[in-house]
Design a protein around this ligand. Structure first.
Ligand SMILES: [Zn+2]
Length: 81
């Protein structure tokens, strides 16, 4: 299952949540209990310049924006070559 990053726009609290891709996005901040939790686009992992996220063949980290094509990593990812 992929990790999703959330950030509260109210208090700035951030968290990482392990969720299935079909799981609904969290909306309630566990810190301030406001429904201001924003799901960060996981595709930002592509911008990490491949800091090991693609090196684990057991659990390759794919760009969530390319979830429709799970067999291929993000085409724009420099580490996908
Ligand atoms: Zn909050």
């Amino acid at each position: 299952m992929p990790f999703y990053e959330y950030r509260c726009s109210h208090c700035g609290h951030s968290l990482t949540k392990l969720q299935s891709m079909s799981a609904p996005a969290l909306t309630t901040c566990p810190e301030c209990h406001q429904e201001t939790l924003v799901k960060l686009i996981s595709a930002s992992n592509c911008d990490l310049k491949g800091v090991g996220v693609f090196g684990n063949s057991k659990n390759p980290f794919k760009c969530e924006s390319r979830a429709a094509a799970p067999s291929s990593p993000c085409a724009s990812c420099p580490a996908s070559k």
